[in-house]
Design a protein around this ligand. Structure first.
Ligand code: GLU
Length: 469
């Protein structure tokens, strides 16, 4: 039997990191078993679907290493609508489903309590199809439904506790539960690896497989992803879109490594490991079923490590989208003509050891490319205390007279200027840094001034001096 897995996202506007993790797990499972990965876009909720969102899914998958053209699909659930209706009709014809015209209020009025599922009122009324009549699946009254789940063992449900659930709405359109099963069936899916959120659907779906006469797949429900308060990651509250991480400057390698650690760990005491190790060591059976904590701080630290492990050339290349701007990344504060690739290449290694997301490159190097840096007022008021004017005057004088414009000479000269005023180098540096770069933190100062050049450095020190009493 060829293993066939699928990733079946609904195009709802952004690509959830939890979805990215399921996609990767499916991808690896297929690869490890010589199987096939199928991409199916579950686009039947017409009101909420847009073509650009599908495109977003394809490009996000591509970014994370699931390249277009290397999998089967994308298929679209909407294209299979005929099959969904045929299956609904078949279940009805076989007596496994019946029409029902009850409203929720009807059920509540009959049961006299809070709505706790359908009470089976229409089971034997023999209603025919008609507007406003939903089709319900007749769940068995006796027995158990046992699901084989690679991560959770054999979760079991008592059939009598499963309500007769709706499989097609009053307008005849099949609902997710049925469409999803029929698609998996027609696509020959052998293993359904998906988020834990769908576990409650699974006994119902397995009953549908049985009723349609096809052997159900093996299931694997991967743990939900939670935030630091142990709440399920939600798009309203948390940063969950893979694209947001990409645009902030997380590397694809960081993301896929980190996502795979949600509920699983490689051998030894390692977390940051090459993808090839993950591909060979990952075992779906070893995934921990408990909720997995998405720790953004840890992810960021991982990313810093991944950035530092790049060659300088690759780092320079990786920074490009932030140096120019893209459709989704805002342009930098300089004009394209002001950018100097050679100057950037010189400071890139200094930035590479400091930044943890690539978007941080911009505030670290913008002082080199803008005509005059925007001064951060907080930095200014801290650095430009009493005596700053005098210190800047002396720095200008010393820097004008320097025979060579190199980092050691710049440092020695400022050290001397500071010493004459009883200031340690750190204190003497502060006004010079803010004047030259606009901020109190950044790349090593003297190397930065070397790249900025004597003329621009002096002009900025003088301009800052002029603002002081
Ligand atoms: N379209 C469903 C979702 O995005 C996936 C269902 C499944 O994987 O079975 O949650």
């Amino acid at each position: 039997m060829t293993v066939r897995v699928r990733f079946a996202p609904s195009p709802t506007g952004m690509f959830h990191v939890g979805g990215a993790r399921s996609a990767l797990q499916n991808w690896i499972y297929a690869k490890q078993h010589g199987g096939v990965f199928v991409l199916r876009i579950e686009d039947t909720d017409a009101a909420r679907n847009r073509p650009e969102w599908t495109e977003g899914i394809l490009s996000a998958l591509d970014w994370i290493g699931i390249a277009r053209g290397t999998y089967e699909g994308p298929y679209f659930q909407s294209e299979n609508a005929g099959e969904h209706r045929t299956a609904a009709a078949k279940l009805h014809a076989a007596g496994r489903a019946y029409y029902c015209d009850c409203t929720r209020e009807d059920v509540q009025a009959r049961t006299g309590s809070q709505y706790q599922g359908y009470d089976g009122f229409c089971r034997d009324r023999g209603l025919t199809a008609g507007p406003g009549r939903a089709l319900r699946f007749r769940t068995p009254d006796l027995g158990l439904t046992v699901v084989v789940d690679l991560i959770r063992g054999e979760p079991t449900w008592e059939n009598k506790l499963l309500e007769d659930f709706v499989i097609a709405r009053g307008d005849g359109s099949p609902v997710f539960l049925l469409a999803n099963v029929v698609d998996d069936m027609t696509m020959g899916i052998t293993h359904v690896i998906r988020a834990e959120e769908h576990l409650p659907n699974t006994p119902k779906q397995q009953l549908l497989w049985d009723a349609l006469g096809v052997k159900p797949p093996v299931w694997a429900h991967v743990p939900i992803v939670v935030n630091e308060k142990r709440q399920k990651l939600s798009k309203r509250r948390d940063k969950v879109a893979l694209e947001a991480y990409r645009d902030e400057g997380y590397l694809a390698d960081t993301m896929r490594n980190y996502l795979m650690l949600l509920g699983w760990a490689p051998s030894g005491d390692r977390e940051i490991v090459p993808w090839s190790v993950i591909e060979s060591e990952f075992r779906l059976e070893d995934v921990n079923p408990s909720p997995a904590y998405f720790d953004e701080k840890k992810l960021r630290a991982f990313n810093g490590e991944y950035i530092r492990a790049l060659s300088v050339e690759d780092f320079v290349e990786a920074c490009q989208p932030w140096l120019t701007g893209t459709e989704t990344i805002p342009p930098p504060p300089w004009q394209p003509s002001e950018f100097d690739a050679a100057a950037f290449a010189t400071v890139a290694p200094l930035a590479q050891t400091r930044i943890t997301v690539l978007s941080e490159i911009v505030p670290n190097v913008d002082f080199l490319f803008v005509a005059s840096p925007e001064i951060d007022e907080g930095s200014w008021s801290k650095a430009m205390k009493d005596g700053a004017g005098d210190l800047l005057d002396a720095a200008v004088e010393a820097y004008t007279a320097l025979p060579t414009w190199d980092a050691d000479a710049l440092k020695a000269a400022l050290e001397a200027v500071g010493a004459e005023r009883g200031l340690k180098l750190g204190k003497a540096q502060a006004p010079v840094r803010v004047a030259a770069t606009g901020r109190s933190v950044g790349l090593p100062l003297f190397e930065s001034l070397v790249v900025l050049g004597r003329e621009r450095t002096l002009a900025r020190l003088q301009a800052a001096r002029a603002r002081l009493p």
